[in-house]
Design a protein. Sequence first.
Length: 174
Amino acid sequence: MSAPPHSGPRPHAAPADPPLVSVLIPAHNEADYIGACLKALFASDPLPGGQRVEVLVLANGCTDATGAIATAQPVPQGWDLRLVELPEGGKLNALNAGDAQARGEVLIYLDADVTVERALVAQLAEALQGPAPRYASGTPQIAPAPSALTRAYGRSGCSCPLCKRVCPALASLR
């Protein structure tokens, strides 16, 4: 989870309203994970200053029920959920499409196979406020990989020296 550098309010944000936080979730055939991801996200602590939250599920090239499962989730008051269906797969394309549609002054990126702790979104929103570009992250809780191939890929990514220093919990997955 992170937010890329971006300075100040987005041009189409309403200045009289509390700042809007956009959570962008790229999802390609994530039917097995998107429900738990959204359930944890929607159970988040209230945001500081009455900030509102929009969640964009960026369903890119899905051939499963990712979109249907996402839109079936109950959405709490103060939150909006939008499904953005993209015909082609590709995380970068999905993120670019999400960036173009996000209305928030604060952007938070979350993978569909990650569940967040209750306090994380409020902490990120507070840390990312202000006109200067900022980056903030939490410690990801990644769902177990469903196949031997994806588990091997995850282990190889966690063996790099940076991962061992920055996130020892991920390095322990080896």
